[in-house]
Design a protein around this ligand. Structure first.
Ligand code: UD1
Ligand code: CA
Length: 457
C-alpha cells in the first residue's frame, strides 16, 4: 500500500495582488483559495495535509479551522525564499517514504480527477517527480516545460530565466506535483538559488531528478482552464468566472438543470439532484438545496437550507432561512435570518419574514411583514398583515396558534397571542391576546348616509 500526503504552498506574499490580504485568502466562488486546495487534499484521502504558511498566519489557520478538515498541520516558512524553500519547510512533517502531492495554494480550478490521473501515471511510471502541465495560448510569466527530441521532460524553466527560444514554448507547469518521498528527502536540500529571482525553485527538482537518472513524468491537462492560477486581481476575476462555469458543468453532469449562463454557485453550496436553476441566480455561502428544488430567475440565496421540491419563484432574496419540503416562496419575497418554515409553507409576493417560524401548511400569501413570530400549523395570514414587533427600543413576539385565520390588513401589535382556531376580522388592530376559537374585530363600525352622493352631484 502506498501512502499519499499533501503539501499546500500558501506562504507566498502575493505582492502582485497589491492587497494586504494574504493571497490564498482571496475568494474564489466565495471561499478562500486555500480552502479549495485543502478540500482537494481531503478528497484525495491524504494521510497528512501540511499547509506551509508565513509567520503571521492566524488568518489562514482560522479559515481552515472553521471547516471540518481532518489532520491538517502547519509548517511555517519564516522567509519567502521561493517554492522550493517552502517545501523544504514542510519536510519535517512528512513520512520518510510514500508520496506527496504538492499543490500551489493559488490554483483553485484543479480537479480531483486530474490528480487521480496524475497518481495513476506516477505509480505506473515509478516516477520520482510527476506534475501537471497544460498547453496555453499565453504562457507569459509561467514556468515552461522543456522536453528533448524524444519529447521527454528535461526541466521546468521559469519565465525570468528562460532563453528567447524557451519563452516560445507554450506547454506550462501548472503548479501541481507528485513526488516520491524518499527521493525528496534525499535531494531537496540540494536545490540552489542561483537564478534571476535568487529563490529556491521547487521546479528545479525536475532537472535534479533527471541528473540522478530518475523518471520524471508530466501529464498534460486536456482542459487548460484548470491550469489557471491567481497572481493578480485580474487573474482572480478570470478564475472566478471560470470557477462558476466549471461548477455549473459539474452540476449538470450530476443531474441538475442549469438554464442560461448566469447561474453562480458558491464553493460551499451543496446541491442535491434533480434541481432546476434559472439564470440569473446566485447561491451563496453555506447553502444547502435538497433534491428537486426549483430556483427561478432573479433569486439570491445565502446561507440557507431549502427542503425537497421547494420552489423559490422569481426575484426572491433569502438569507439564513431554513425551509423544509415543498415550500413555495415568492415571487418577490424577502426571507431574512431566522425564517424557519415547516413543510408545505407558502409565502407569496411582497412578503418579508424575519425570526419567524411558520408551521406545516401555513400561508402568508400577499404583502405582509411577519417578524419575531411563532406561527402554528395551517395558519392563514391575510394580505397586508403586519406584525408590529418593534417599539423603537425592543422587539416583541407575536404568537399565532394552529389553525388561526388573520383577515387582511391586520396589525398585530406585539407582544400578542392569537389562540388556537381564532379568527381576526379584516382591518383590525390587535393589541390584546385573542382567546382560542373566538373572533376578534377592532374596526370602526361603518356609517352609511343614504343618497349623499347623489345629492352632492
Ligand atoms: C509557480 C511555478 C511556475 C508555475 C506557476 C503556476 C515555481 C518556481 N514556479 O510560479 O513554474 O508555472 O507556479 O502557477 O514554483 N509560495 C510559498 N513560499 C514562497 C513562494 C511561494 O509558499 O516562498 C507559495 C505561494 O503562496 C503560492 C505558490 O507557492 O501559493 C506559488 O507561488 P507563486 O509565487 O505564485 O509562483 P509562480 O510565480 O506563480
Ligand atoms: Ca502563482
Amino acid at each position: 500500500m502506498s501512502d499519499f500526503n499533501t503539501v499546500i504552498l500558501a506562504a507566498g506574499k502575493g505582492t502582485r495582488m497589491r492587497s494586504a490580504l494574504p493571497k490564498v485568502l482571496h475568494l474564489v466562488g466565495g471561499a478562500p483559495m486555500v480552502c479549495h486546495a485543502a478540500s482537494l487534499a481531503q478528497s484525495l484521502a491524504s494521510k497528512n495535509t501540511v499547509v506551509v504558511v508565513p509567520k503571521q498566519a492566524e488568518s489562514i489557520q482560522s479559515v481552515l479551522q472553521d471547516r471540518p478538515y481532518k489532520k491538517i498541520s502547519y509548517a511555517v516558512q519564516a522567509q519567502q525564499n521561493g517554492t522550493g524553500h517552502a517545501l523544504q519547510c514542510a519536510m519535517g512533517a512528512l513520512p520518510k517514504t510514500g508520496h506527496v502531492y504538492v499543490i500551489n495554494g493559488d490554483m483553485p480550478l484543479v480537479r480531483k480527477e486530474s490528480l487521480q490521473a496524475l497518481k495513476k501515471l506516477h505509480l505506473k511510471t515509478k516516477s520520482a517527480v510527476s506534475f501537471l502541465s497544460a498547453t496555453v495560448d499565453k504562457p507569459f510569466g509561467l514556468g515552461r516545460v522543456v522536453r528533448d527530441d524524444q519529447k521527454n521532460v528535461q526541466a521546468i524553466i521559469e519565465e525570468k530565466d528562460a532563453t528567447a527560444a524557451q519563452k516560445k514554448i507554450n506547454e506550462i507547469n501548472v503548479g501541481v506535483y507528485l513526488f516520491d518521498l524518499a527521493f525528496l528527502h534525499k535531494e531537496i536540500s540540494k536545490l540552489k538559488s542561483n537564478n534571476k529571482q535568487k529563490e529556491y525553485y521547487l521546479t528545479d527538482l525536475v532537472a535534479l531528478a533527471k541528473s540522478r537518472d530518475k523518471t520524471v513524468s508530466a501529464l498534460c491537462l486536456q482542459n487548460s482552464l484548470e491550469a489557471k492560477g491567481v497572481n493578480t486581481i485580474d487573474d482572480l476575476n478570470d478564475v472566478n468566472k471560470a470557477y462558476y462555469l466549471q461548477r455549473c458543468q459539474n452540476e449538470s453532469e450530476r443531474g441538475n438543470l442549469i438554464v442560461g449562463d448566469q447561474v453562480f454557485i458558491d464553493f460551499d453550496v451543496k446541491l442535491g439532484t434533480g434541481l432546476k436553476l434559472e439564470s440569473p441566480c446566485y447561491l451563496k455561502g453555506n447553502s444547502n438545496l435538497a433534491n428537486g428544488v426549483c430556483v427561478e430567475s432573479g433569486v439570491q440565496i445565502k446561507n440557507s437550507q431549502i427542503g425537497e421540491d421547494s420552489v423559490i419563484k422569481a426575484n426572491c432574496y433569502l438569507d439564513q432561512a431554513r425551509l423544509k419540503a415543498r415550500n413555495q416562496i415568492g415571487p418577490f419575497a424577502h426571507l431574512r435570518p431566522g425564517s424557519d418554515f415547516a413543510d408545505d409553507v407558502k409565502v407569496g409576493n411582497f412578503v418579508e419574514t424575519k425570526k419567524t417560524k411558520l408551521g406545516h401548511g401555513s400561508k402568508v400569501n400577499h404583502l405582509s411583514y411577519v417578524g419575531d413570530a411563532l406561527v402554528g400549523k395551517k395558519v392563514n395570514v391575510g394580505a397586508g398583515t403586519i406584525t408590529c414587533n418593534y417599539d423603537g427600543k425592543n422587539k416583541f413576539k407575536t404568537v399565532l396558534e394552529d389553525g388561526v385565520f388573520i383577515g387582511s390588513d391586520t396589525q398585530l401589535v406585539a407582544p400578542v397571542k392569537v389562540g388556537k382556531g381564532a379568527f381576526v376580522g379584516a382591518g383590525s388592530t390587535i393589541t390584546k391576546n385573542v382567546a382560542a376559537d373566538s373572533l376578534a374585530l377592532s374596526r370602526v363600525p361603518q356609517k352609511e348616509i343614504k343618497g349623499w352622493a347623489k345629492k352632492r352631484k
